[in-house]
Design a protein around this ligand. Structure first.
Ligand SMILES: [Zn+2]
Length: 95
């Protein structure tokens, strides 16, 4: 993933806010790359499709791809937690 750096003060401490990166130090706002956003939207759609087909491994792969682009994508962390929970339950069922 491309390192996100404040172009105003050079700080690496930025946080996400409504589709923007906001600098913790000087408050500058940067729009998140639109192409990346579109890719994330596509991957979210794919993850939801996989979920409906109960292909949890594929759903998890989509989440991993999203997190490689945007490590703060909370929805993908939810998918990953859900996937772990599903795997746990499937293992229990097999016993
Ligand atoms: Zn800054």
């Amino acid at each position: 993933m491309k390192e996100i750096k404040c172009q105003n003060c050079g700080s690496l401490a930025l946080h996400r806010e409504d589709g923007f990166w906001v600098c913790d130090y000087c408050g500058s706002r940067y729009e998140i790359d639109r192409r990346q956003k579109e890719k994330i939207e596509y991957l979210v759609m794919k993850a939801e499709e996989a979920f409906e087909k109960q292909k949890y491994g594929k759903m998890n792969d989509c989440a991993m791809h999203i997190l490689a682009i945007d490590p703060y994508h909370s929805y993908s962390w939810l998918i990953r937690m859900l996937n772990e929970d599903m795997e746990h339950r499937l293992k229990k069922d097999r016993k």
